[in-house]
Ligand binder design. Sequence first.
Ligand SMILES: NC(=O)c1ccc[n+]([C@@H]2O[C@H](COP(=O)([O-])OP(=O)(O)OC[C@H]3O[C@@H](n4cnc5c(N)ncnc54)[C@H](OP(=O)(O)O)[C@@H]3O)[C@@H](O)[C@H]2O)c1
Length: 210
Amino acid sequence: MTQLADSVVLITGANGGLGTEFVRQALARGARRVYATARQPRAWDDGRVVPLALDVTDEASVAAAASAAPDTTIVVNNAGTSGGRSLLTMPLEAVRAVYETNVFGPIAVAQAFAPVLAKNGGGALIGIHSALSWLARPGAYPSTKAALWSVTNTLRLELAGQKTQVVGAHLAYADTLMTAHRTNVDKADPRDIVAAADLPSAYGRTHWAG
Ligand SMILES: NC(=O)c1ccc[n+]([C@@H]2O[C@H](COP(=O)([O-])OP(=O)(O)OC[C@H]3O[C@@H](n4cnc5c(N)ncnc54)[C@H](OP(=O)(O)O)[C@@H]3O)[C@@H](O)[C@H]2O)c1
């Protein structure tokens, strides 16, 4: 099982609500270094955090991040976007954009970081799915998270040979920018969601639900 103690963790979408918690709790649980990647990296108040530019929809950006973070042992594919109220009325371009971020982005990150993880002993790759991977709702988001769930399952098979643990998180509403417009639903505190993920042991499972 991959351990967080002395690990080097790379998190996509690290400036977001859950991303920020993944950074903070990885540090609290003993990560040696955390690459906090974002489209627009920001400064952090801990010397173990290395801000890094990474747009998951830009292959050159993903490749550059993989080169800049060669000691990574754990990748958290956290970046994501919601979007659109109806698959029937959204412009196809807008549907594609949600897929680019939520499906092709994590695949691009997995492709770029698989050799890095292999070189560093296998490590772990974590996909951030959703309860909506399992439930139908209007718009593009649920089907992207269903696809990502399947992507994670395939990556688990494809990365088994290099001893990379591949897990996925299925979480319900957390109180972040992504859900700010949802005022009539119960939302969990991102701190509790990431804590419930119990990262070190989650890395030994195939998925967790929070
Ligand atoms: N909140 C929930 O209820 C919930 C439930 C289930 C699953 N999730 C999943 O949890 C993950 C984190 O979401 P969140 O709730 O923390 O939302 P959030 O606060 O909106 O954070 C999402 C982050 O993803 C980043 N991002 C978007 N497109 C990107 C791209 N092309 N390249 C790199 N980063 C990009 C955003 O960066 P910018 O700051 O540059 O926009 C933002 O920092 C997502 O995958 C989401 O689908 C959330």
